[in-house]
Design a protein around this ligand. Structure first.
Ligand code: UDP
Ligand code: MG
Length: 318
């Protein structure tokens, strides 16, 4: 028997929030009036997260643990959960209680009115996020929209409810390093949204250092848009026109016997052309890397165990 609702929660080193999460999530789910499973995706945590999960599982039969062998990253961890989830509806949310579990009930209510496949959680209030987080998020949504992802709902993170059809469509995508918040709107399923107040992280620190944020932005851009490649073409065209102008100037100078000192212009030209070339090479490299990893077809995550199918309880890590 498959459950009506699957709750997918990626977590990486979340031993501090886990007890708070269970305490707050369980009453909400028990009150939703739907059979459910919680798929806790342990993204290769190195702290006590797997031990705690095993402990909670003993008294919460709906809790299912999907442990990944190594840290695969937030998006890959959600993907792992989406592949494992069995529910007619699947909701994904962060473990740190920034996405309030109570909103799941509202999302289910919206889904049950019929006619929609996706219910987005929209952050209407991000006062608890740092200034840096808010500014970078603004830049992200504006930039992605400029780059062509016009159907991206502003301030929709990865807190959303999806129908079985949507989840199957996502699981069928062969693309690597997919950014779900961009991919899902592009599938074109009818959607609704529910606003919520983004809360502060319940405990512990962010598991999203600046490096991972940059990676997510680069994956978003290269996964969704050829605009950077076109930009490279425009740089090339600009450089070409400038070169033609310089050539004419050099010819005229030669013919009229004006000797030019020329050192500054030479340095400027060599440096700027070199910089633009390197930039364009880097842009090309990002796309080539994407093609390469897609061709390799290596999974983006490896499952260590799934408590659903484990014949016996896995040995507890020390
Ligand atoms: N997360 C994960 N793998 C990672 C990084 C983060 O599964 O490599 C999880 C993390 O445990 C949390 C969610 O992704 O449940 C969002 O991360 P976090 O709250 O640290 O990000 P922030 O809210 O600071 O952007
Ligand atoms: Mg968070």
């Amino acid at each position: 028997m498959h459950p009506e609702l699957s709750v997918v929660i990626p977590m990486y080193d979340e031993e501090q929030v886990l007890p708070l999460l269970v305490e707050r999530l369980r009453p909400v789910l028990d009150g939703v009036d739907a059979s459910y499973e919680v798929v806790a995706v342990d993204d290769g945590s190195r702290d006590q997260t797997p031990v705690l999960l095993q402990r909670f599982r003993r008294e919460w039969p709906e809790l299912r643990v999907l442990r990944l062998r190594a840290n695969a990253g937030h998006q890959a961890a959600i993907s792992a959960g989406l592949s494992a989830a069995r529910g007619d509806w699947v909701v994904t949310l962060d473990a740190d209680l920034q996405d309030p579990p109570e909103v799941i009930a509202e999302m289910m209510a919206a889904a049950r009115t019929g006619g929609v496949d996706v219910v987005y959680g929209i952050r209407t209030d991000r006062r608890t996020d740092s200034v840096f987080k808010r500014v970078s998020a603004k830049g992200f949504y504006a930039g992605m929209r400029a780059a062509g992802a016009t159907d991206l709902p502003t301030n929709a993170g990865d807190f959303r409810l999806m129908s079985r059809a949507t989840v199957d469509a996502v699981n069928a995508l062969p693309e690597h390093h997919r950014v779900l918040r961009l991919v899902i709107p592009s599938l074109g399923f009818p959607s609704a949204s529910v606003g919520y107040r983004r809360e502060a992280r319940a405990a512990g620190g962010s598991k999203y250092p600046i490096g991972k944020m940059i990676r997510l932005s680069v994956d978003s851009l290269t996964g969704f848009s050829l605009a950077p490649l076109r930009l490279a073409t425009w740089f090339g065209l600009g450089g070409f026109l400038a070169a033609v102008g310089l050539l004419l100037y050099a010819l005229v100078a030669k013919l009229t016997n004006i000797t030019v000192a020329g050192w500054t212009s030479t340095v400027v030209i060599v440096a700027s052309v070199g910089a633009v070339q390197l930039l364009c090479l880097g842009i090309l490299g990002e796309y080539v890397g994407r093609i390469y990893s897609t061709l390799q077809r290596r999974p983006t995550y490896y499952v260590a165990y799934d408590s659903l199918s484990a014949a016996e309880e896995p040995a507890q890590p020390a």
